[in-house]
Design a protein around this ligand. Structure first.
Ligand SMILES: [Ca+2]
Ligand SMILES: [Ca+2]
Length: 322
């Protein structure tokens, strides 16, 4: 079900209206510069910069004492984030990434992006963020995909230079904190799996039907609901979480700063990234429109080589407050 056709509560409508009004008004100077650390404040540092949301300091329990074979997600440990920061309200979009590429001439190298063809994945020569092989042109309001971890890093470095602000990737702990947004269960939508399609563009019944119509039996089961998007969705089509962020779970995986280390080391537990033990793989979080439903959890830890490009891999940026 799309947001356009979904019944919307009065409170949500009021919230959306406020955001629209806020977007139309000149930003107060403090907010425009990110100095207003009131949680939930939405700001951007230039007219076409990504919208950022102020996230409050807080504590949460990171991880799950379980996971798939060889993918232990624990030990569960308390993380104390003692500072406010800003996180992208949405995944980084094609339009935002395009401005970076046009300004810098940055090239995404590689042999081609990994693309899904039914039940198999194949690197397609010539495919790239500009053409992730959707079989149609990309839209500026869709999340950028087919970017390497290093491309995401190059983007935030450029944006930091352009704005004079401390843009960076989210750390793995920060990502789980903002994705949980106060929830403590396995899934952010609770125990009712059919509720997933109101929150996230995930592998759903619409995706299963598109595959079935082509005679393809996918290797894993969809969510027991229809989210209206068999493949990637424009950002912000699904409900925001309690921090005001959209699409943390689903749509595209989001590269984070950390080196993947399993199990979690004893440190850090203060929101900073785990970089001490080497980076043969980087963290990626949240699942995607083409991910097994059981991985669509805030604690699930993607782990992939920095140079990987995939049709279902993008990012979400962060920024230190002044
Ligand atoms: Ca979907
Ligand atoms: Ca996502």
């Amino acid at each position: 079900m799309t947001s356009a056709s979904r019944p919307v509560g009065a409170a949500r409508l009021a919230g959306a209206a406020l955001l629209v009004i806020a977007a139309m008004l000149p930003l107060p100077e403090a907010a425009a510069q990110g100095k207003a650390s009131k949680p939930g404040t939405v700001f951007k540092d230039c007219p076409d910069c990504p919208e950022m949301v102020v996230i409050p300091p807080g504590k949460f329990m990171m991880g799950v004492d379980g996971g798939e074979k060889d993918r232990y997600e624990g030990p569960v440990h308390q993380v104390s984030i003692g500072y406010p920061f800003a996180a992208g309200r949405f995944e980084l979009t094609n339009g935002q990434y395009r401005r970076f590429v046009e300004a810098t001439g940055h090239e995404t190298a590689g042999t081609g992006c990994n693309v899904f063809f039914g039940d198999r994945v194949e690197a397609v020569a010539g495919s790239s963020w500009a053409d992730p092989s959707y079989g149609r042109p990309i839209r500026d309001d869709e999340p950028v995909a087919c970017i390497r971890w290093s491309d995401a890093k190059s983007y935030v470095s450029w944006l930091a230079g352009k704005t004079g602000k401390k843009y960076r990737l989210l750390t793995e702990a920060e990502w789980e904190y903002v994705a949980r947004a106060g929830t403590t269960g396995l899934h952010t939508w609770g125990d009712d799996a059919s509720a997933a399609c109101r929150q996230a563009n995930i592998h759903d019944k619409s995706a299963e039907k598109v595959a079935a119509d082509k005679g393809i039996k996918l290797p894993y089961s969809p969510a027991p609901c229809d989210d209206g998007y068999p493949d990637v969705a424009p950002v912000g089509k699904f409900a925001a979480n309690a921090f005001g962020l959209h699409d943390t779970i689903g749509n595209v995986w989001e590269w984070v700063e950390d080196c993947y280390e399993m199990p979690y080391p004893a440190r850090p537990v203060d929101g900073s990234p785990q970089l001490a033990k080497g980076c043969d793989r980087r963290g990626s979080r949240g699942g995607s429109w083409r991910t097994d439903f059981h991985r669509q959890r805030p604690a699930f830890r993607g782990r992939d080589p920095e140079a990987l490009t995939s049709q279902i891999f993008g990012t979400r940026i962060a920024r230190d407050l002044d």
